[in-house]
Ligand binder design. Structure first.
Ligand SMILES: Nc1ncnc2c1ncn2[C@@H]1O[C@H](COP(=O)(O)OP(=O)(O)OP(=O)(O)O)[C@@H](O)[C@H]1O
Length: 252
């Protein structure tokens, strides 16, 4: 099993008594993009956050079931969540660069994980910024604050920051919903490029975006995984009526 393979088995997530995700079993093919869609409150973000144990940070949240990355069940209590989150990066809806320079935003993670050599850090910064097509835009102002960039550039900086610690899997929670159409198109192009190297899971409310960027699509409703199939099939000939209703805008 490769470190890029991701599988959930009967994964449930609870907030106190409330069950937000109900026994979801999914396989995420390596180096493909899977889109999670569904109406507000159906558990997409909760499910996504559980994949790198971010829900641990929410008091009262609890997981049941299994999440396999390669041959490791990351729900096991002995799991090192710091190294887990290194291997499974997360990009949030709103760009959230650190209050640091562009350079330091990228170098922070590798330094935290023990890399001190300046030349090595320089290389990581350049490579990460090139992967997100940001290098040419910022190479002459690496010491400027990351917050001085445009919203779209900030989001690409945050993606570059995730890549700097060499993850295998990227989780993205509505990564373009706060961005203008041009920046959104750049993020979508970037996702298409990144899937050559990474397994990507993206939550989106934008049906066109799901259709454009993903290989497979999962439709969630009230915490259940209703349907999971090739994106083309989901958008042209879904098996379930509720999927069809949602995709064609009849509810949600
Ligand atoms: N921190 C929390 N504490 C308690 N309940 C929560 C918490 N976060 C989410 N929930 C509840 O869990 C359910 C699923 O929420 P979640 O945010 O995962 O849905 P979603 O499909 O991602 O919604 P949206 O598309 O609006 O982001 C909702 O009923 C929500 O109210």
């Amino acid at each position: 099993m490769s470190a890029q393979s991701l599988t959930t088995k009967d994964l449930s997530v609870f907030y106190g008594e409330k069950q937000a995700v109900k026994k979801v079993s999914m396989d995420f093919p390596e180096r493909e993009v899977v889109a999670l869609i569904g109406p507000s409150g159906c558990g997409k973000s909760t499910f996504l956050r559980s994949l790198n144990r971010m829900n641990d940070l929410i008091s009262g949240a609890r997981i049941e079931g299994e999440i396999w990355i390669g041959d490791q069940n990351i729900c096991d209590p002995g799991t090192d969540v710091v190294s887990l989150r290194q291997k499974i990066g997360m990009v949030w809806q709103k760009p959230n660069p650190f209050h640091k320079s562009i350079y330091e935003n990228i170098a922070f993670g590798p330094r935290y994980h023990g890399i001190r050599n300046r030349k090595q850090l320089d290389e990581i910064v350049e490579t990460s910024l090139r992967k997100t097509a940001l290098w040419d835009e910022v190479k002459d102002r690496l010491n400027q604050s990351g917050l001085a960039l445009s919203g779209g550039q900030q989001q690409r900086l945050c993606i570059a920051r995730s890549l700097a610690v060499q993850p295998n899997i990227l989780l993205m929670d509505e990564p373009a919903s706060a961005l203008d159409p041009v920046s959104t198109a750049k993020i979508e192009e970037l996702i298409a490029e990144l899937k050559k190297d990474y397994t990507i899971v993206i939550v989106t409310h934008n049906m066109q975006q799901a259709a454009r960027v993903s290989d497979r699509t999962a439709f969630f409703f009230l915490g259940d995984l209703v349907e999971y199939d090739d994106t083309q099939k989901m958008f042209t000939n879904p098996s379930k009526k509720s999927t069809d209703d949602y995709i064609s805008g009849r509810f949600g």
